[in-house]
Design a binder for this molecule. Structure first.
Ligand SMILES: Cc1cc2nc3c(=O)[nH]c(=O)nc-3n(C[C@H](O)[C@H](O)[C@H](O)COP(=O)(O)O)c2cc1C
Length: 335
């Protein structure tokens, strides 16, 4: 049964896309992603020249935290901590990267950019379009973005400038913040074609022997399988208010996770950590999981289940509540 997914005017063979990052930084990774069944690829984010320092990264820049650590011998989780900022080449290198990717790829290629002024955004977007990218994703949500760039003062103008300067679809990638729904709505009003929810959060970890922060000694991006739960909440919330599609990203490890996002209203799901920790086979495995789920549940098209769980969500005032534990008696007798 086909997993074909219509997204931003393209027909994707799978809803599973490669998210922007180290798995989409080099042109030969495009072939690996395709070979393993990715539906589309978002390239590593390029920064405007003002942020050229973000093109160099510390070494090492990744650490798997709590990998294989069992808590009390029972639960198991991990966090991927990383400090990797923009694409490591120059803008000219990035334009060539897109052109080369487009020459060989059979799946849509999405360029990704970061800037802090409307002028720079428009410049990056126009070049990404000129080099043949099928869409542009605006990474306005990186856990590494500098200073105190605000959505209303910095990014709204950026979205408007990008939408005005290109004809290709514009995705706006947002982070988990208390006003995320508002940012989604404003992005749609500014003409975004889709939102990508959610970028990773900023975190820190401490080496208790050295009594200092790990790795480069500063905050890093954090994510892991646990990230899907708050991202699913954001997707559910956004899906109830937006008419543009949602590309979900965060904590997807299996095809089951992809299906959960689709049941909550996402159109596509962008994955990265699973590829970093389990290799490209993770993508093929997700596709197999989705196919077998579709067969088992007799689903003809993913469109048939999109948002189905969302429609089953109740309202807070309708939650069936239990009258409660007794407040006196044995419960309050100190032994
Ligand atoms: C090492 C690393 C580098 C990343 N670089 C970028 C980036 O350049 N641009 C971007 O928009 N997101 C970047 N991301 C975020 C991913 O694109 C993705 O949205 C996020 O990791 C959540 O998906 P996952 O849980 O499947 O990894 C990066 C993530 C990691 C782990």
């Amino acid at each position: 049964m086909p997993m074909t997914t219509s997204f931003l005017g393209a027909s994707l063979r799978s809803p599973v896309m490669i998210a922007s990052g180290p798995a989409s930084h080099d042109v030969n990774q495009i072939a690996s992603a395709e070979e393993h069944g990715a539906g589309a690829i978002v390239l590593k984010t390029v920064c405007s020249d003002k942020f050229a320092y973000m093109r160099q990264w510390p070494r090492p820049r990744y650490k798997l935290l709590d990998w294989d650590k069992q808590i009390g011998g029972r639960s198991k989780q991990f966090t991927l901590f990383a400090f990797e900022q923009g694409y490591s080449g120059t803008l000219a290198d990035y334009w060539t990267f897109i052109e080369e990717a487009k020459k060989h790829a059979h799946v849509p290629i999405i360029g990704s950019a970061f800037a802090d002024s409307a002028e720079d955004w428009a410049y990056l977007a126009a070049n990404i379009e000129r080099c043949g990218a099928d869409a542009i994703e605006m990474d306005i949500s990186s856990p590494h973005r500098p200073g105190s760039l605000e959505f209303e003062t910095t990014f709204v103008a950026g979205i408007q400038a990008v939408v005005a300067s290109v004809k290709i679809p514009v995705l706006v990638k947002l982070a988990s913040t208390p006003d995320l729904l508002h940012q989604c709505i404003v992005s749609e009003q500014c003409g975004a074609s889709a939102v990508t929810l959610c970028n990773r959060m900023r975190g820190i970890d401490i080496d208790i022997e050295e009594q200092k922060p790990i790795l480069h000694g500063y905050y890093g991006g954090i994510g892991g399988p646990w990230a899907k739960y708050y991202t699913m909440m954001h997707v559910a919330e956004a899906a109830q208010h937006l008419s543009i599609p949602i590309s979900a990203t965060g904590g997807t490890m299996t095809g089951e996770d992809v299906i959960k996002y689709i049941l909550l209203g996402a159109t596509t799901v962008q994955v990265l950590s699973a590829v970093m920790v389990n290799g490209w086979d993770a993508v093929a495995a997700m596709n197999r999981d989705i196919e077998s789920y579709m067969q088992r549940k007799q689903i003809q098209s993913l469109d048939d289940i999109r948002g189905k769980a969302l429609r089953q969500m109740t309202k807070p005032e309708k939650i069936q509540r239990w009258p409660g534990e007794p407040k006196s008696g044995a419960r309050n007798v100190w032994k």
